[in-house]
Design a protein around this ligand. Structure first.
Ligand code: AHR
Length: 641
């Protein structure tokens, strides 16, 4: 395996001497296709922010996904009357019961808790509660896990409470720690659960047990593994590494539908997602489950910081999915103020009200911010109120922050947005036929953000056919990236366990312990890693119907990036002419992703079936022939002098 640009590319590094004669024999028979590239004639700038990420709480992207918390329904808020995902534990002759108690909780935000009543228990027959996590709990050898819980003991009970991690298959306690005594007031307790030499597995659960009769109330029961860059309350390392390898320039947050909620009362209320976890009430998301809000506004921003991305901050624009809207004017004013406060929380100095709150939350330094999006997919709002709602946000934000670029999610007439957010969920065929979508876009109008796009073929993650269509689509975005300044695939993440997924084509799949990139993930990483800063002039003659390409150059690196997508079932030969270069390196680095069929794909069981293969290939000159195999995506890095 070879590591390059942060991606574990799949395999060998070969040097191939290309014989034009051999190539001509292996290619399909048709009129020779000629690609002329004028390497010294730039025709447009490439947007340095073209490739980024779009995220929201869908498919257990955060809880049970990138947010590293291992305990499901940790604050017992998922269901008002039932402790979902928890079970009572009664060893031997122990007797105990559990129920949600709405009369006591550790904070105003979490007013209820789990009441555990133990009638009978002793050292050999303990009682308690157990949690299976998000389809298991991943534990790794020689690793320390940070456990914590809030508790309040009745006067008939003072502890101890033992926290333990147990292997489901053997019943072995793989780590445990004991809190010796509990207070009669709500208090947080912390333990470290140290693994020894175990076999890595996700077949584990958590137990909190006691060995005496008595009553105890519990809340915010948490277990964290080590996180990416050890960020507290942070993210799962394997998923963050996969995202880092895409070299994303931005993170569009926090949605998507998740920003809006089904109802206005279920919107992403950023002020309820900051500060200590115990002060976050959790909220119902639009995708059928409750969000812990452990991944709140500050955690989004730290995610950006960890991956060197800028946030594209979507603020609630006054419309929710069930056709509820806030009337523009006085009614909308508090929502506009909330957006201004949010921008101040992100960017303000510690001498500002919300910048000071951010500092108190642990992050004194302000975050960079250029783009603010007003709402999400407001073309769905049948009331026709978006134009006026957008205008109210636009005027208020521009007044305080004239430097910010404001994104509209639907056409508006009363103001000119800086950027328009376009969304495309398509079949492969539709993308193949629409790669020229932005060729004729007015260059004097607003810029374009393709904030959500995907070929919806393959489940839970896109197959090779989808990757080919995605790559074909990207050639069109790159060619037009003077006007298409940002693009992000959606949805990004999916927990592939039964019942976890709501949207059936998602870029990266995982369970509690493993993750994999789809072919489309690799195609996007390849495109992003070799972006370039200028589009150069080019012309393709006699190109086959499903042959797509993009050609950019990096002026600092003196490198030409030729991306060719052959979505046909046959190989295709290209006669490539590089005009205007003083000298062309005779050897190019070629990164190739290819499959045997449109349906071939990666999965948890077969994560590396389709991965990029990197090779060093000779025979490159100002005039050369090359065959592009069936169902392949290639990036050629050609050195220029
Ligand atoms: O990406 C899934 C959903 O598609 C997003 O939440 C929404 O914006 C779009 O309709």
């Amino acid at each position: 395996m070879l590591r390059s640009n942060g991606i574990r590319w799949g395999t060998v590094f070969v040097t191939v001497l290309l014989s034009p004669l051999l190539l001509a024999q292996t290619a399909d028979q048709h009129d020779a296709a000629v690609l002329q590239i004028q390497v010294d004639r730039p025709i447009a700038k490439v947007s340095p922010t073209l490739y980024g990420l779009m995220t929201e709480e869908i498919n257990h992207s955060y809880d049970g996904g990138i947010y590293a918390e291992m305990v499901r329904n940790r604050a017992f808020q998922d269901s008002p009357m039932h402790p979902d995902h928890w079970r009572i534990l009664q060893d031997g002759n122990a007797l105990a019961s559990m129920q949600i108690d709405t009369s006591s909780g550790p904070s105003e935000a979490l007013p209820s808790s789990l009441k555990l009543t133990v009638k009978q228990a002793d050292a050999s027959d303990v009682a308690g509660i157990a949690n299976n996590g998000y389809w298991g709990m991943a534990l790794q050898a020689e690793t320390a896990y940070q456990g914590s819980f809030y508790a309040k003991a009745a006067t008939n009970f003072s502890g101890p409470v033992t926290v333990r991690l147990v292997n489901n298959d053997t019943g072995t306690v793989v780590a445990s720690a004991t809190v010796p005594s509990l207070s009669n007031e709500w208090k947080q307790y912390k333990v470290t659960l140290q693994m020894g030499q175990i076999a890595d597995s996700s077949s584990n659960h958590l137990e909190l047990v006691v060995a005496h009769p008595g009553t105890v109330w519990l809340s915010l029961v948490s277990v964290f593994p080590p996180t990416y860059k050890n960020t507290p309350n942070g993210n799962r390392a394997d998923l963050m590494e996969k995202l880092a390898a895409m070299h994303p320039a931005f993170l569009r947050l926090p949605g998507g539908n998740y920003l809006e909620g089904n109802h206005i009362r279920e919107r992403f209320e950023w002020k309820k997602t900051i500060g200590p976890l115990v002060d976050r009430p959790t909220h119902r998301g639009p995708w059928g489950y409750r969000s812990s809000d452990g991944l709140g506004l500050l955690e989004f921003l730290e995610w950006c910081q960890d991956l060197h991305m800028q946030p594209v901050l979507a603020v609630f624009g006054g419309y929710s999915l069930e056709q509820e809207h806030v009337a523009p004017g006085a009614e909308l004013a508090p929502y506009v103020q909330s957006a201004l406060d949010e921008i101040q929380y992100v960017t303000g100095g510690t001498d500002t009200k919300w910048g000071a709150v951010r500092a108190k939350d642990g992050h004194p330094a302000a975050f960079p911010l250029t783009y603010v999006e007003i709402g999400n997919e407001d073309w769905f709002d049948k009331s026709g109120s978006y134009d006026a709602r957008f205008a109210q946000f636009f005027d208020a934000i521009k007044k305080d922050y004239p430097q910010l670029q404001l994104i509209a999610t639907a056409p508006v007439k009363s103001r000119v947005p800086d950027v328009i957010d376009d969304h495309f969920y398509r079949t492969a065929q539709e993308f193949f036929q629409d790669t020229h979508h932005y060729d004729k876009t007015d260059r004097k109008g607003p810029k374009i953000f393709v904030g959500e796009w995907a070929t919806r073929e393959g489940t839970p993650t896109p197959d090779m056919g989808a990757a080919l269509a995605d790559a074909a689509w990207l050639t069109g975005l790159e060619r037009n990236s003077d006007v298409v300044i940002m693009a992000s695939y959606a949805p990004l993440l999916v927990n592939v366990n039964p019942g976890a997924m709501q949207w059936n084509t998602d870029l990266i799949g995982y369970d509690a312990i493993h993750s994999y990139g789809s072919p489309s993930y690799y195609a996007q990483a390849m495109f992003s890693n070799d972006l370039g800063n200028e589009v150069v002039d080019s012309r393709l003659e006699n190109g086959a119907p499903r042959l797509f390409y993009s050609v950019t150059r990096d002026t600092a690196k003196k490198m030409l990036y030729l991306k060719v997508v052959n979505a046909s079932s046959g190989s295709q030969q290209l006669h490539i002419q590089l005009q205007g270069a003083n000298r062309v390196n005779g050897t190019a680095t070629v990164i190739r992703l290819s499959g045997h069929s449109m349906e071939e794909t990666n999965s948890l069981a077969d994560p590396n079936r389709i991965v990029p293969v990197k090779s060093s290939e000779a025979g490159i000159s100002a005039d050369f022939q090359r065959v592009f195999p069936a169902y392949s995506i290639q990036v050629m890095e050609i050195g220029l002098r």
